[in-house]
Design a protein. Sequence first.
Length: 287
Amino acid sequence: MDWLVAPFAEFAFMRRALAGIFALSLAAGPLGVLLMLRRMSLTGDGMSHAILPGTAIAYALFGLSLWPMTIGGLLAGLLIALLAGTLARFTALREDATLASFYLISLALGVMIVSLGNSNVDLMHFLFGSVLALDDATLILVASISSVTLAALALLWRPLVLDGLDPGFLRTVSSSGALSYFVFMILLVLNLVAGFHALGTLLAVGFLVLPAVTARFWARDLNWMVLIAGLVALFGGVSGLVLSYHASLPTGPAMILTMGAIFLVSVLAGPAGGLISLVRAGPHRTG
């Protein structure tokens, strides 16, 4: 218990990091599951890199200022989503191809802008972040984004789920399909910006994707998936935080690798489609 509690009892930055992980985990459960239902996990990864040019331009103009970098990242992410959707609608390219193209351009542009400052420290901050460096203002921002996300998901949960499972059916029974997609993309970009402040652009999507795909191996009911995904995000984040403190490891990668270890165990032993359960079910399994 002393090994677990002492870091948070002694250091305020550890307590702020813990609060930030808790806030990120609350929104990561339901939003990550919706991302998985829409088969947009790789899209989420692309979107996490799309925010880099906006934050880099804001950094060049205002320095490491919280609100300009947040607004810059949000505008860049929404712009890339809009451009990718527009090109997919009016050209022969599919959305995944357009998004991958914009993702590569955005990542290269963002790294170029940051590198012009001739500081490797700044580049590492943008790419990998530092959850241990969360100040009170950033923590309030992350918690506010999480709260807004949960409120929006509570109001639009049914159309968001239907739009992920069967968008054609949703269009026949409701006119909220376009609104659901637009709201979902805004929430996704908002949470990627929040994750950027703690984990950088390369790892921000980890809190959304890994817990959600892990939960898929433990439950087939959507509500249980959301709960398990949130718990995996929280447990993986806290475990990685404590491990990084005692072993002097990079905090963001330690958290993501902890979630990755839970995912690999779930692939093997998960009762809802894990390898062991499939072997036990035998060749007559119908799914």
